[in-house]
Design a binder for this molecule. Sequence first.
Ligand SMILES: Nc1nc2c(c(=O)[nH]1)N[C@H]1C(S)=C(S)[C@@H](COP(=O)(O)OP(=O)(O)OC[C@H]3O[C@@H](n4cnc5c(=O)[nH]c(N)nc54)[C@H](O)[C@@H]3O)O[C@H]1N2
Ligand SMILES: Nc1nc2c(c(=O)[nH]1)N[C@H]1C(S)=C(S)[C@@H](COP(=O)(O)OP(=O)(O)OC[C@H]3O[C@@H](n4cnc5c(=O)[nH]c(N)nc54)[C@H](O)[C@@H]3O)O[C@H]1N2
Ligand SMILES: [Mo]
Length: 700
Amino acid sequence: MEKRYTRCHLCSGGRPIAVHLEEGKLVATENTPYSSLFFKYFCPKLQAASEIVYSPERLKSPLIKEVRKGKTCFREASWPEALDRIAEKFESVRAAHGAEAVCWVSGHVPDYGAPWDYANRLMSAFGSPNIIGNGSICHAARELAHVCTYGAMTSPDYSHSKCILIWGKNDRNCNRAGYTQILAAQKEGARLIVVDPVKTRLASRADLWLQIKPGGDGLLAMAMMQTMFEEGLYDSEFAAQWTIGLKELKETVRVFTPEDVAPRIWLTPGEIREAAALYAGIKPACLSDGNGLDMHLDMSQTMRAICILRALSGNLDRKGGDLLLKSLPVRDIKLKDRLPKDCEPITAGYPLFRGYHPARGDHILGAVTDALLEDRPYPIKALVLQGTNPVVTLAHSSRVLQAMKRVGFMVVIDLFMTRTARLAEMVLPASSPFETTQFNLRNMSAHAVTLQDQVIPSYEDSWPDWRIIFELGRRLGLEEEFPWDTVEEAIDYQLEPTGTTVEMLRAHPSGLVYEEMQYDKFRVEGFRTASGKVEFYSESYEEYGYPPIPRFDDGMENHLSFYDRRKDFPILGISGARSGNYIHSQYRNIPSLLKREPWPYVDIHPMDAETTGVQENEWVRVESPNGWIRMKARVSECVHPGSVRIAWGWGEFDADYNINNLTDDSEHDPVTSTTSNRCFMCRIVREERKWSGSFSDSRH
Ligand SMILES: Nc1nc2c(c(=O)[nH]1)N[C@H]1C(S)=C(S)[C@@H](COP(=O)(O)OP(=O)(O)OC[C@H]3O[C@@H](n4cnc5c(=O)[nH]c(N)nc54)[C@H](O)[C@@H]3O)O[C@H]1N2
Ligand SMILES: Nc1nc2c(c(=O)[nH]1)N[C@H]1C(S)=C(S)[C@@H](COP(=O)(O)OP(=O)(O)OC[C@H]3O[C@@H](n4cnc5c(=O)[nH]c(N)nc54)[C@H](O)[C@@H]3O)O[C@H]1N2
Ligand SMILES: [Mo]
């Protein structure tokens, strides 16, 4: 048996792994702890890698839709035919409507890899500013608050921490390596605080679990700061020397007393004070924020408040605190300066978020459905969807479905024929992460740079994302921009300023240390904000007309979707934690994973089960003003009375299980365009019809 090394890319938490090959085929995988700070852990998806890679449902060749004898179907096509057609379409759209009428959307998969940079390069060179990632509902919108507050996103140093505050995050399911570090730190005596409306397995391990009302996080952060000021628990020396806006902040948080805030967010004043005392009283402490804080209508203010709290505690860039990691200084290959200055993107309404980070690009996903469906601010005539399944994963699915049906020409690049792909004119088969070499932004921390390396040949006639983009570029006359024959050449070009090469990375599968870890860098370099200090008062927010100090004076409830319809929809629905068995809409077609978790559940509190008459394990309907879904009920005290947790990601498996049938996209966070996929008002109705075993569109 042969053994090869790569970096797992089945999810964003990917770590170095080894794969075992027999006659060139992947037969087994193992994770390879690359430092004493990480431990081996079990990941069901990684265990199922060979099933994923060799799934009979993988796309085998490019497919082109055509009408034959009145019936619409896909036929197999060669790569040259498919790519020629796309290039012709791009050019005819550019001639008739301008290059900006071509839009490219990437999901979370390419988004955390170099294929995102390649797609950006392609679109810039072609002349369209509309290349959009999904960061407004995932990560980037949170990162904006970090960047505006202290110049870069922090990374929690779990291993050396004495107090770990996990906020809207569930590392047990989503970041197994991080979870092993949390457990190890706990063994060494670290205290754990979890802020989550649901009693997750991680929350049950906490010394203090704050069962917050969804969306109440900004208020909690303000009340914790109020307590810290009142009781002298903040790092006054750091605040005096390294921050701007301390006076304004003190003045603003004054009214957010625990007594005022607690009843609004399902907590007691005592819990808020205890959290503040634990978090601010133990050093070093780290604060880890997660996706539970994304996908709210006021997430930009909430995240600013949490980032300010983090800075106020005095743990920034301290060992065991919130590290400001250095990234590898790779070349920016996105060619944004090629775009004509007067070329307005469809995302122009969100200028701060568009430009917040030179390496990131545009993540204003909230603008896409409007442009497709309502020609706002102008029509999109051709759309490429790379590694994303928006019909399932974007808010308000029925509207997204209409939008996708309305585009004149749509291309999907994916491993499988998804619900979104079925709507496309053309579907291109992408290679799996084991079949391609790429570097991923997340793995570019200068303190351990790792490479995702090709360990098996591409499946059938699938191509890696990079090759699809390079070949399309050449067909658009962009040979100069895409001169590379291999991905290694392209990566070496991007790595050139660092003196690192693919070969060097291959020689260090568990991570190449580019620079030793340093702490307290701000004492020498300052912070990478306009003022060089931590901005409690954000000058960038002010410049763009947003409140420079977080404000929560218009009532948190107004930020819940359908709050005005609460008489008819009295229950607060929470989009549930991700399952360790799946990634978003993916992998319910993998038999061993489906066997581990065959049903989607809605968790309902015993009190609500009693009032609604819902019984354990029966099928129920969850309804919102935008649609309905059906799921099995699980009666559980893990949720607060008056709220339900709804399983996430099942809409690809069965359209009737799609939580985004319920969510809404008519409102957006004004700074980041974020929609409220996370929580909304809904109601539970018992299903008259018992489960009969045959849904129209189910794969059970
Ligand atoms: N197995 C697996 N791993 C994954 C993924 C996957 O799909 N499957 N996806 C990857 C991706 S793209 C992402 S973004 C990450 C996400 O990973 P995390 O950042 O850990 O996010 P979630 O797992 O969604 O957990 C969010 C938690 O927030 C809680 N929550 C919900 N609403 C609120 C609220 O209003 N306030 C607070 N304080 N908490 C709230 C939820 O109950 C949940 O426990 O995981 C990555 N890793
Ligand atoms: N209500 C609600 N909505 C949510 C969320 C939620 O928790 N609740 N979570 C949000 C979050 S955090 C995220 S990140 C998004 C995720 O939304 P999407 O980005 O749409 O994520 P997936 O459903 O994982 O779809 C990814 C697709 O990429 C394909 N793929 C896998 N690997 C590759 C590859 O290497 N190349 C290519 N070209 N394709 C590949 C997969 O087969 C899959 O069809 O959903 C968001 N939407
Ligand atoms: Mo995400």
